[in-house]
Design a protein. Structure first.
Length: 104
């Protein structure tokens, strides 16, 4: 069995015509790692100087990349929940340094 990551765009919510292929993976763990990286990169790119975690989360839910995994595993990955768990860290990182781990 393989898992596919598909990237939706929060700005065009539910518009399947705008979905982008995020890759196919042999394990759910690899697909999950890719989906998390997409969210981290989207938060990183969406951040603006002086953002609070709440401001970054609001901007992400309007404009960020929203990856999902098919078929889903339990517990099901939620890009929004993962983003919510990461906004504080991303805000701190963006204020001070460029982590090479986020770069491809």
């Amino acid at each position: 069995m393989t898992w596919r990551v598909t990237i939706a765009d929060n700005f065009h919510y539910m518009d399947e015509a705008g979905y982008v292929d995020g890759g196919e993976f042999d394990t759910y763990e690899d697909a999950l790692a890719r989906a998390k990286k997409i969210v981290d990169e989207s938060l990183w790119d969406t951040w603006q100087a002086g953002d609070t975690p709440d401001a970054l989360m609001a901007r992400y839910t309007m404009f960020g990349d929203d990856p999902f995994i098919v078929p889903a595993e339990e517990p099901r990955f939620s890009a929004r929940d993962y983003a919510r768990s990461r906004v504080e860290v991303i805000c701190r990182e963006r204020e001070g340094w460029l982590p090479s781990r986020l770069m491809p």
